[in-house]
Write a protein that binds this ligand. Structure first.
Ligand code: GLA
Length: 394
């Protein structure tokens, strides 16, 4: 079973049947956790900045039953593979199972009663495409442990523990955006996340605009060091300003005016990265305001400026993203579009006039394929609630 399944009953039935086939019992617990798409705020999270994020109706489901041994066995229907480990194991698994193990180890390290289980997982979030499939798996696993161990994590603690699992055990130095979004997402709303206070304000997307994911489906040519390099360059920028004035703790505190006065003193790359973050942070409030007023020309301008800054200053663009941006911008009904996630390929996002969504999708696919030879995955989404228990298991 792969990819997106429209029918929730059918999806749940497939998971339950797989559980009954693989394990001796029926599942007693079922949880879900969504992916996210950022409408604005690329790489601002680890700079204590702002992100306008939307939790999407592509999600990860796990059904499970407690096991009497201290082992965890989880079967993935997407990957047709099983991960298995004992709770006391200190050697971390390779592959997707390490996300599960990382959450088990982190929650257990924080003193929560972690129980062994047998389970089956299925996700409709494409893997490695910038929609937070890893964070959704982590948050689903944490939610599952809450159910099995009969404890409730404070939501912020849940997001932070999942981030800690990813930082310390999986070894990816990500910010809080993905895990926070997956845990806190609000149905029917986008969220302005403040990555310093770790709080958010929900904001509406005009009802006549539809978010559409445009997956470039281009092979990602990352060496793995790009994300860490960008982070270091931002930290160098912040350190420069902090040495000038200790109130300037991160790039979030640096105004465009102060930045302009000192730009020439910074190493070239540090200046480019810092400039992008300072501008991108401001664009979050600007876009939230433009959406509130449904001011289409501002929405278009702000989103385009983010794409151009990400390409020219932060340098996280690749040719496929340019082709996708051009295809999206010229397609019928496109109000605004930009990159999503960490960049370097993966998914992009457009806000489209609702009544032109299918024309938009057809044209983007055609133009992009003509240009790149790649068949893109393009689909509308709706915002969904954050992690929780599947209704059947409540
Ligand atoms: C990845 C990381 C996030 C965030 C984005 C870029 O998704 O996991 O923490 O930094 O990139 O905004």
């Amino acid at each position: 079973m792969n990819g997106h399944i429209e029918n929730r009953e059918q999806r749940l039935q497939s998971l339950i049947e797989a559980h009954e086939r693989e394990f001796p019992t029926s599942p007693s617990v079922g949880v879900r956790s969504p992916g996210r798409v950022d409408l604005m705020g690329s790489h601002t999270d680890y700079n204590e900045g702002f992100v306008l994020t939307l939790t999407i109706d592509r999600d990860t489901w796990i059904v499970a039953s407690p096991s009497n041994e201290d082992t965890i066995t989880l079967r993935s229907l997407n990957l047709d593979s099983t991960c298995s480990f004992a709770l006391g194991d200190t050697e971390v698994l390779d592959g997707w199972g390490r996300y599960v193990q990382a959450v088990a180890m982190t929650l257990s390290g924080a003193g929560y009663p972690i129980r062994g289980f047998h389970g089956v997982v299925h996700s409709t979030i494409p893997i490695s495409s910038g929609l937070s499939s890893s964070a959704a798996l982590e948050a689903a696993v944490a939610t599952l442990f809450e159910q099995l161990g009969d404890f409730t994590l404070d939501k912020l603690e849940k997001a932070s523990l999942c981030q800690q699992a990813e930082n310390e055990i999986v070894g990816v130095n990500c910010g809080i955006l993905d895990q926070y979004s997956s845990v806190f997402g609000e149905q029917g709303k986008a969220v302005v996340l403040d990555c310093r206070s770790l709080s958010h304000k929900a904001t509406a997307i005009p009802s006549d605009l539809r978010p559409v994911i445009c997956n470039t489906c281009a092979p990602r040519k990352l060496t793995g060091s790009e994300y860490g390099e960008r982070r270091e360059q931002c930290e160098k920028g912040a350190a420069y300003f902090n040495a000038l004035d200790s109130n300037l703790k991160t790039l979030r505190d640096v105004s465009p005016g102060i930045f302009a006065d000192h730009e020439a003193n910074l190493p070239h790359l540090v200046a480019m990265r810092s400039k992008f973050i300072i501008q991108e942070n401001a664009r979050v409030a600007e876009l939230a305001g433009a959406l509130e007023e449904n001011d289409r020309s501002r929405i278009r301008t702000i989103m385009a400026a983010s794409f151009i800054g990400a390409r020219d200053l932060f340098e996280i663009g690749v040719p496929a993203m340019q082709s996708m941006f051009d295809s999206m911008s010229s397609a019928p009904g496109c109000v605004g579009c930009r990159q999503a996630g960490a960049g370097f390929g993966g998914c992009m996002i457009a806000l489209v006039e609702s009544n032109k969504t299918s024309d938009f999708i057809d044209q983007v696919k055609d133009t992009y394929e003509r240009e790149t030879g790649i068949h893109a995955d393009v689909y509308p989404i709706r915002s969904s609630a954050g992690s929780g228990v599947l209704p059947t298991f409540r």
